[in-house]
Structures are given as C-alpha cells and as structure tokens.
Design a protein around this ligand. Structure first.
Ligand code: G3P
Length: 250
C-alpha cells in the first residue's frame, strides 16, 4: 500500500498535535488539510467494549473529566469535553470513536492505529479494531503499531495483510525491541524514537527488507536528516512544517 504514497510518508502524530487538541476529529481533519499522508492515533476500549481514540490511561489531561479510560462507558466518556483544555475554540469536541475517524479520513489517506491497551492487554481491543476495519473495508489504508508484541501477533492472525510496526522506546529500554525483538518477529516496520535512530540503524532494517518509521520529527532539520538517511516514514507533531521541509506543496 505504501507504493501509492510519497517517501518518506508523513503521519500526523495524534493529528495536528501542535495546533489542535490531540486525538480528536478537528485535529485529524486539520492535519490532512495541511498535507499529511496519514494520521497516527491511539486506540483503546471503553468499559462497555467500544473502540475510542485517546492517548493517556486516564482522561485527566485531555478532557474535562477524571478517572481511568477503561472505567468509562461510551456514553459517559462522550459527555466529556476533549477540546476545551487545549483552546476555548475547540469547546464541545468529543473523545472520538475509531469509526468516526474512519469516516472522516475517507478512502485515500493512511491511518496508523497504535494499539494502546497497555494497562489492560487482555481486553480484546485488537480483535474489536480488526472487526471495525473489516466493516469499513479500509484495510488498504491501515498500519498497526504497538509497544506490545502480543497485540501485533493477534493483529497478524486476524488481518495478516495489514502491515505491523513494532514501537521501540528510546535508549536502553528500547534496545531489545530495536534488535532481536524486531529481527525475530513478524513485522514490516520498526518504529524507533528519533533519538535512537541512526543512518546505520536504518540500513540494518532495510537489509531485512523492512521499513523504518520514526517518531517524532518536528523541525525542518530533523525531517530532512531523516529523509537523507532514507527513512520510510516520519511521525510529526507539525505536519505543515514537515510537508514544507520536504518541498511538497502547501
Ligand atoms: O507512534 C509514535 C508514538 O505515538 C509513540 O508514542 O506515546 O506518542 O503513543 P506515544
């Protein structure tokens, strides 16, 4: 699927993160209007098993509510405001359902779904996400990622045609994921932190015939350095800056 997109492909990290409340519909819409090739989002389950999009384990930082995401039923989390904390002009913005993001993104942009059930790894999130993808027939636009190899294994069984990227933490903590964990797992991409990315690392991954998608590059210098090293994808908090740095229109 990546052959239909420019290289490096630009993913807007949680949407237009710098200019809109992260992981919301306005944020994703803005990012695509600014020329991102796709959006990155964080999928989680509500207490009643609905797939929603929110980064943290709690709603405290990005909504008007308090408490663990996994303790909210869909109707209750939808009553919270997920835009106000960022700017009054986003008042009334809700925590989105994954299905709403699918509708918004349409049929030609990419979606990197990070499977983020890190505090509830056996909650069935992955299969629910796969069901939704099938229902929306959006397989060709999806890239999965997770820090949890078990999530990517379940995804591989349910929807083997969808590429999977293993996320690696920066520094020593992410060393195993960037080396043996990645090499011996069935992944199509490595998602390393920018501080743990080097030209040699990119070459090593390419020798395995796999891709490198780096998080997160925000300045024109970072974006161009990664392009020069040959990375295949970039996550950015500022898609417009990345698009311009790469000399694409807008
Ligand atoms: O996918 C890149 C990045 O989003 C991983 O870290 O914490 O932003 O989900 P985080």
């Amino acid at each position: 699927m990546f052959e239909h997109y420019p290289s490096p492909v630009i993913f807007a990290h949680r949407g237009d993160l710098t200019y809109a409340p992260e992981n919301t519909l306005p944020s994703f819409q803005q990012a695509l209007q600014k020329g991102a090739d796709g959006v990155e989002l964080d999928a989680k389950l509500t207490a009643d098993g609905q797939v929603i999009v929110i980064h943290d384990m709690t709603v405290d930082r990005t909504t008007t509510g308090k408490g663990r995401v996994a303790s909210f039923k869909l109707d209750d989390i939808r009553k919270l405001d997920a835009g106000k904390w960022f700017d009054e002009k986003f008042n009334g913005t809700k925590v989105p359902m994954l299905a709403e993001v699918f509708e918004l993104v349409g049929k030609d942009k990419l979606i990197n779904i990070e499977l983020t059930n890190y505090s509830t790894p056996r909650d069935g999130l992955v299969l629910k996400v796969c069901e939704l993808i099938k229902r929306h027939n959006i397989q060709k636009q999806i890239l999965f990622s997770s820090f949890l190899p078990s999530n990517l294994k379940i995804a591989a069984q349910a929807l083997p045609e969808i590429p999977r990227g293993l996320l690696a933490m920066p520094g020593l903590v992410g060393l195993w994921a960037r080396s043996f964990g990645f090499m011996f797992g069935e992944y199509q991409a490595l998602h390393p932190h920018i501080s743990s990315t080097s030209r040699e690392q990119v070459q090593r991954v390419h020798r395995l015939n796999r891709r490198v998608h780096v998080w997160t590059a925000n300045s024109p210098e970072e974006v161009n350095r990664l392009k020069e090293w040959g990375v295949d994808g970039i996550f950015t908090d500022d898609p417009q800056t990345a698009v311009r740095a790469l000399g694409r229109s807008r």
